[in-house]
Design a protein around this ligand. Structure first.
Ligand code: IPE
Ligand code: IPE
Ligand code: MG
Length: 249
């Protein structure tokens, strides 16, 4: 019997390829609420969330998504209780080390975006290792936003541009949207076509502020630990029926 997943993949694939988003961004929210509503500690939700992420990476590749950007830890998440912050740091490091062979095998290219300040050397080493080990892969581009803030990213871009101007490498007249984009973490990657937020909140929470100017937004009440292939297909299917106008008529 064909699974619902297969039917959905066909549905998505046989539409015009343009209707598949090239770049999907995901705000993976709702881990804590998922856990609490089941009588577990919040950390259990994060643990399950890693499994959802692993599935998402696999499913995104199968559907033909080229770039996947996931929000794993924001610059504001430091304000959580220390135990939860420590748990998230350790969890991501362990997940990265554990799934690296699978990512290499699946031709996934990993890039970690965000500020390095405040992160332990061991986690930086894990990220660096994942990036170098997958640098030659050209399948799915997986961007992991960790200690990421959209405002911090813009501040970093502005300060590196100002330093170049002061060094005489560029002039103020050289500054345009392309130049600014080149100084952001994703550099020449295209902006997201679709932004999915799980957990039901209608907000951006400082994710990819510059890049989502014309991104299609999709919010689902499903909490991140319950987001699977089926939900991804539903989001992509919803996207494929949107009419993007980019300010035109
Ligand atoms: C998202 O789930 C994961 C991170 C922010 C790291 P939350 O931990 O925000 O879960 P809720 O939103 O409190 O349910
Ligand atoms: C956004 O979720 C950050 C991540 C998913 C990593 P938050 O739970 O931190 O966002 P708010 O607090 O609901 O805005
Ligand atoms: Mg949340």
């Amino acid at each position: 019997m064909r699974s619902l997943w297969n039917k959905l993949v066909d549905l998505v694939k046989w539409k015009k390829p343009d209707n598949i988003p090239h770049h999907v961004a995901v705000i993976m929210d709702g881990n804590g609420r998922w856990a609490i509503s089941r009588g577990f500690a919040r950390t259990e939700g994060h643990r399950m969330g890693v499994k959802s992420l692993r599935q998402l990476v696999e499913a995104a590749g199968e559907i033909g998504i080229k770039y996947l950007s996931v929000y794993a830890f924001s610059t504001e998440n430091w304000a959580r209780p220390q135990e939860e912050v420590d748990f998230l740091m350790e969890l991501l490091k362990e997940a990265m080390d554990e799934y690296l062979p699978e990512l290499i095998e699946n031709n996934v290219r990993v890039k970690v975006i965000g500020r390095k300040e405040g992160l332990d050397q061991s986690i930086l080493d894990s990220f660096h290792n994942a990036e170098t080990e997958t640098a030659r892969n050209d399948g799915l581009y997986l961007n992991i936003a960790f200690n990421y803030g959209g405002r911090a990213e813009l501040v970093d871009a502005v300060s590196s541009i100002v330093r170049k101007v002061m060094a005489g490498e560029i002039t103020p007249e050289d500054i345009d949207e392309d130049l600014l984009s080149q100084h952001l973490y994703l550099q020449d990657q295209p902006p997201p076509d679709l932004l999915i937020r799980t957990g039901g909140e209608y907000r951006i929470s400082n994710f990819l502020l510059w890049h989502i100017a014309y991104t299609e937004l999709y919010v689902t009440k499903i909490q991140w630990p319950e987001f699977g292939r089926r939900e991804l297909c539903q989001a992509v299917d919803a996207y494929s029926r949107r009419k993007r106008r980019f300010g035109q008529i």
